[in-house]
Design a binder for this molecule. Structure first.
Ligand SMILES: [Zn+2]
Length: 388
């Protein structure tokens, strides 16, 4: 693997360390790594004899970033035409090659783990990308994948083509409670870590000032999806933009709300009470609600991977009222919690995987520094080191 050197034991000297859980950064910390794990983190201290030291003494070191909402198989779909063209003109193998490229982009930006939330018509190709990365065949972040996602028949593109043509669909069409359970089992069989469904569509404001939407599944169907997923140990992400779609997803018992633009105070309270995560994807809006667990998610793939750094999401969160430290947590420790990987990722402490990034400046002073990651290590292997 030419892109990765994997020394057995190595230490990182961090000028400033933001560990993902402490309120304040540490100065001059030493992180000792053995194989793919962090074995110790101490302020000051000298490296054990014979251990190579990576000098990041002029840099700020952070846990690897986590994006909990991506689409590696999508290359931007600002218009419906762009979306349709990808499904109609690009083969799934071609899309998988681009996905591997996108995964590499994410890693080079400091994202050492992602949750990829559906393939948009590319069937189970996300499982293949995940496997190739996990096997060390191509560089990329650790992945949890949702495979195909679900709506009822006719409620997701491609739509509007002649009924004489058999066109691909961006999701798996699922109808009825038996159909819902079968689809969950099928997606799990082919490698889904998460089940995703589209709770709503057609968003519109009404006179009450709230953003409303049309709900896709009947309550019985949505509950069957969630119940079956939970029964076999999978968690459920619901795309829910309008207040009606969010309310329906909460009734069904989902684990994460994606987008959530139409969240009302009452819905927010319920999420906080039940510990349901919100993945706002740039639309934090006026809410930085106390109590609701917000995990960073960008919807990368909805925009072109080559044009925009996902770490811009941190900047939006700060613009909407988070402190830089709070924003950093959404994309590190809170995101790790959402993935169920709190014991492995999201903070820099002994026992965790050595997923570590560094930037030249101080992101607590200028959050935009996170868009300029100079050092990336995943599982103890350094993929990038451009620290000056
Ligand atoms: Zn999305």
């Amino acid at each position: 693997m030419p892109w990765c050197q994997k020394p057995h034991r190595v230490a990182i000297r961090a000028g400033k360390l933001i560990d993902g859980k402490s309120e304040k950064p540490f100065e001059n910390a030493l992180i000792v790594i053995e194989s793919d794990r962090i074995v110790s983190v101490v302020a000051g201290g000298s490296a054990p004899a014979g251990v190579d030291v990576i000098d990041l003494s002029k840099a700020t070191v952070l846990p690897g970033f986590i994006d909990t909402h991506t689409h590696v198989l999508l290359q931007g779909d600002i218009t419906a035409e762009e979306y349709d063209a990808q499904l109609l003109k690009e083969s799934i193998p071609y899309r998988a090659i681009l996905a591997a490229r996108n995964a590499q982009i994410a890693l080079s930006h400091g994202f050492t783990a992602i949750r990829d939330l559906e393939t948009e018509g590319a069937m189970y190709a996300d499982v293949d990308v995940k496997t190739a990365i996990a096997n060390g065949e191509v560089p990329g972040p650790r992945m949890q994948v949702a495979t195909r996602a679900m709506t009822p028949t006719g409620m997701y593109p491609l739509l509007g083509y002649s009924w004489e043509l058999k066109v691909p669909t961006g999701v798996q069409y699922v109808d009825g409670t038996d159909g819902a359970r079968k689809a969950v089992r099928e997606q799990a069989m082919y490698g889904a870590d998460w089940i995703k469904y589209y709770s709503d569509r057609r968003y519109h404001f009404e006179s009450d000032g709230a953003l409303h939407s049309m709900v896709n599944f009947t309550d019985e169907e949505a509950k069957a999806i969630v119940d079956e997923a939970h029964r076999i140990g999978k968690k459920v992400a619901a795309h829910a933009i309008g207040s009606d779609g969010i309310a329906a997803a909460l009734r069904a018992g989902v684990d994460t709300i994606e987008h959530g633009d139409g969240l009302t105070d009452a819905l927010m309270d319920e999420m906080a009470k039940r510990g349901i995560y919100w993945v706002p994807t740039i639309t934090v809006g006026m809410y930085v609600a106390p109590g609701v667990k917000i995990a960073l998610g960008t919807d990368a793939g909805g925009f072109d991977w080559k044009l925009l750094n996902e770490a811009k999401e941190f900047e939006y969160y700060v613009q909407y009222g988070m402190t830089p430290m709070q924003a950093i947590r959404t994309g590190t420790s809170t995101a790790a919690e959402l993935l169920g990987w709190s014991d492995k990722l999201g903070t820099i402490e002994a026992g965790k995987w050595a997923d570590i990034v560094a930037v030249n400046g101080d992101p607590l002073k200028d959050i935009k520094e996170l868009e300029n990651v100079k050092f990336v290590m995943k599982g103890g292997a350094a993929y990038k080191n451009e620290v000056r």
